[in-house]
Structures are given as C-alpha cells and as structure tokens.
Design a protein around this ligand. Structure first.
Ligand code: 57M
Length: 358
C-alpha cells in the first residue's frame, strides 16, 4: 500500500524514493510482521485456549505428555501478521505477490481443515490422507499452471554448481513443480514435531530464497551471477522478508517450552510456499540443499516404513521422523532443536554458495 501510494510522490519529494527500494521495504516488512505477531501473540494464544484448540498428544513419546493442551493452529498468527505486513509494504500490483500469497493461503486452508477436524473429532482424526493429498495436489497444479503459462518461465531446470547443464523437461515441468510443492509441504509438516523445529529451518530457507529472488529480479545481478533474469519477481523478496518476520514472531512463542504449535495450517502453508519460492526463482533443486533437514526427516520416515514392511516388523530408527529417534535415545529436546537449527544454517550457506560456485 505504501509503495502504491507513496512511491509516486518521489518525483516531488525525493525522500519518498525509499518506498521504491525492495531492500528498504523488505526490512520494513520483516520488522512490521515481527512486531505485529509479538504484540498480538498473547491475546491470540489466549483466544486459541478459549476456543479449545488444545493439541492432542500421542502417548508413545513420554516426554511430550506435559505438552497436552498447548494450543495449536498458531499458523493463523503467522498468516495474520504476514498479511498485515504485506498490505503495508508490498507492491499490490505485482502479480507474483498475489500468486505466492494465494499459494500460502490455499495450502493453509487444506491444513486448517485438517486441524479443525482433529480438534472437533475424537482421537485426533483429521481429514483423510487421501483428501489432504488431493487438496495439496490441486493447489500445486493450479499454481504450476500459472507459472507454465507465464512466458518468463521456461521448463528448463537449473542444476546447482553446473551452469551449462539446463535440461528442458517440457510439459513434465508441470507435474515436477507440483511434486516439489507437495513434497516440501509434507516435509515441513513431518518435521514439525518439536518446539521450533520446523520454523527455525524454514526461516533459514526463506532468507536464502529472498536473496535468490532479489538477484533473479535484478537485471544486473542476475547477469553477473549467471542466474535467469525474471522481471518483477524481485518483489517476492518483500513477501519472504514479511514471512521471516512473522516466523520469528511465531518462534517467540513456539520456542521451547512452546506456548503454541503452528498446526497443519502453518506447516503445510510454509512448506508449500517454500516449494513455490524455489520454482519462482528457478532454483528448484537448490530447495533440496537448503531444505536438506526436511529431506532427511522425510527420508527417515520412508526408510523406517519401508524397512518395517520389508522385514516384517524391524526398525532402523527407534522411531521416525528422525527427531523422535534422538528423543528416545535421551537427547534433551532443546539440544536436538538447536543442533537441527545449526545444521540448517550450514545447509543454507551451502545453498547460497550456488550463486558463486559454478
Ligand atoms: C504431524 N505432528 C506432530 C502440532 C504441529 C507416517 C508418520 C511418520 C506420520 C507422522 C505424522 O503424523 N506427522 C505429521 C506431526 C504433533 O504436532 C502437531 O502437528 C502439527 C504439525 N502437523 O504444529 O500441532 C506433535 O508434535 C509435537 N510438537 C511439539 N512442538 C511443536 O512446535 O512438541 C509439535 C510442534 C504434538 C507435539 O507433541 O502433539 C506429531 O509428531 O504427531 N507420525 C509421527 O510422527 C509419529 N511417528 C510414527 O508413528 N513413527 C512410526 C512410523 C514411521 C511407522 C515408527 O517410527 O515406528 C509420531 N508422532 C508422535 N508420537 N506424536 C509417533 C510418536
């Protein structure tokens, strides 16, 4: 709103020029979302308690018992502060801002239905796995159609560290892109099992993608760093920064011991959006590096379930996803969380090196 209202005044008052800069608005968007979520957080959590959004806790991990009744659906707090910040600082005429916001809201809606039913039904039963997956696929395919129809987006893949390898996968780019989004959405959801475990690495990935998006939307930087130039997409940096702010504000309350969980409304929306951001800056494969922690958590589940079926009941890990394995080995929750964060920061730095090493 500020961009659309104040930037045109720059011709009369040069001071208003700052509203044109993506960097200035990104910083402002981050601070706004962070402050808003910290300010409204306590009331919001009290409201979640009031409407009985307490989390059902499984009995198989004993040290989670004290978490019973912690309100879930904190993703709505992230959504509110993100929306407020975007309305103030984003260029509301930019199509990518609307696309990425729609992706965020639509994945969030699928998660909301699941959370809502889990709370209202007996024994934590949400929507069926099939219905949830269909919802995610539908949203992802719709988003991919928008990208595919956009002449600025090619169906070529960017391969990290190899500037000359750009395979064109043609129409397969549609299902491939949808897979990236759905996989990212579920991977973040699987990781969301300890306080701050999902939001920390998500923030790291968002910071990395905000840098990629800024470069991709800038003609000079993209030419210098040999990444595809896509006009207009740099504005999504403002979205990423606002989400970083909203995520940090959520972490304020989700930090161990958590006062609120994000719920599927938070994990599915953040994960699906991370997938879309990777597609928007044409760094689809870099997502597997920056989101390496999510990949490892998901692989631990695939391996565990596969091995369990193959051997008729044996396990590789004490329990999957991987964070439960460490918990059952007696590693304190806060230690697991911090170590996972450190790993994700390292992976974020490796992902950023893609910009220069090729
Ligand atoms: C949801 N949800 C958390 C919270 C959060 C196939 C199988 C691996 C699926 C997997 C699964 O259901 N994963 C997706 C994970 C739950 O958190 C809620 O869910 C939202 C995210 N969707 O926002 O609302 C619990 O996680 C804890 N938590 C925190 N802090 C947070 O900030 O402590 C969450 C957020 C919360 C809270 O305790 O109640 C979850 O873990 O359920 N299933 C599992 O992960 C289960 N693993 C399993 O069954 N493993 C088997 C399989 C692979 C055959 C095995 O290894 O043998 C475990 N889930 C739990 N206990 N809770 C089993 C043990």
């Amino acid at each position: 709103m500020f961009y659309n209202m104040l930037a045109p005044l720059a011709s009369d008052w040069t001071l208003f020029n700052v509203f044109r800069y993506i960097t200035f608005r990104s910083l402002a968007a981050l601070i706004t979302a962070l402050v808003v979520s910290i300010l409204i957080g306590p009331r919001f959590i009290a409201w979640l308690h009031h409407v009985k959004c307490g989390q059902f806790i499984h009995e198989d991990v004993k040290n989670h018992a004290p978490k019973a009744g912690t309100p879930t659906m904190g993703g709505l707090l992230i959504m509110t502060s993100l929306g407020f910040s975007l309305l103030l600082w984003a260029d509301l005429t930019n199509r990518y801002i609307w696309q990425v916001s729609l992706v965020f809201i639509s994945f969030g809606l699928v998660g909301f239905c699941d959370d809502f039913l889990k709370l209202r039904r007996h024994k934590n039963r949400g929507i069926s796995g099939g219905a949830k997956m269909s919802g995610q696929i539908l949203v992802a395919l719709a988003a991919m159609c928008l990208l595919y129809a956009n002449p600025d987006y090619s169906s070529r893949l960017t391969v990290p560290f190899f500037k000359d390898i750009n395979p064109d996968i043609g129409l397969l780019y549609l299902p491939f892109g949808a897979f990236v989004m759905v996989a990212a959405s579920n991977a973040v959801n699987l990781t969301d099992g300890l306080d701050g475990l999902a939001i920390g690495p998500s923030i790291v990935a968002l910071i990395v993608f905000s840098i990629f998006l800024y470069v991709t939307g800038n003609a000079r930087f993209s030419t210098y760093l040999l990444v595809p130039y896509i006009p207009g997409v740099g504005e999504v940096t403002v979205f990423c920064s606002a989400l970083v702010g909203a995520g940090l504000g959520f972490l304020w309350f989700n930090a161990y011991p958590a006062q609120v969980f994000m719920g599927d409304v938070g994990s599915l929306s953040i994960g699906g959006t991370l997938g879309y951001l990777a597609l928007l800056c044409k760094q689809e494969l870099v997502l597997a590096v920056v989101g390496g922690l999510f990949v490892v958590e998901t692989l631990s589940v695939i391996l565990q379930v596969g091995y369990f079926r193959w051997t008729g009941g044996k396990r590789i890990f004490r329990m999957a996803p991987l964070h439960h394995h460490f918990e059952l080995k007696g590693v304190p929750e806060s230690k697991i969380i911090i170590r996972f964060w450190i790993t994700s920061i390292l992976l974020g730095l490796v992902a950023l090196s893609v910009l220069k090493l090729r």
